[in-house]
Design a protein around this ligand. Sequence first.
Ligand SMILES: [Zn+2]
Length: 126
Amino acid sequence: MPKYNINLITARRSYYINEIVFLLKITRKTCGLWIKQEGLKTIEGITPFVIKGYDLIDFIKEKRAKGKIPVKENEFLCMKCRQGVKPKTGSEQILKTGKRIGKDNHEQLRKTGICEKCGTRLYKFL
Ligand SMILES: [Zn+2]
């Protein structure tokens, strides 16, 4: 699933669908599905729908937990296979991204490989 930035949501305020669409860069349709099919809570008796910030945060956190695919240390997440996979032998490479990250300003490294099962290029940040 896409990464929704829940830091943009204020727990103590309420949002209209329009605002959620704007904040999380989703479509109105997606937001409607969340409400109708996936149980995102709205404040009862108000139309257009109003959603409490903390309900939205909880909803996304729960979505994240469900969508998480377990990937072992020596595996990559293959977006095509939707699972942790081993890279083809000899396909692994470590590249510098040119960015510096973290408190100690260390170089960001990206590991790449090719999926053993479907041949898709795999990435992960180290
Ligand atoms: Zn694959």
